[in-house]
Design a protein around this ligand. Sequence first.
Ligand SMILES: [Zn+2]
Length: 64
Amino acid sequence: MRSLADAIKTKYVGLFRRIMKRYFRCTVCDDIHYGENAPEICPTCETMGSYVEVTKDEAKEYFL
Ligand SMILES: [Zn+2]
């Protein structure tokens, strides 16, 4: 049985996930992706699984 507390927790975890956007960098072509999850295939170099999560500061270096 689902309790009310569980329902509230699920709702807030979902909300948190939606606003938790992160930076990912393609290790092959240094393409930066900003979003909740890394793309499966890099749209620039078409390599599968080439993205690694980077910090905002790291991502900034590649934007410049
Ligand atoms: Zn790439």
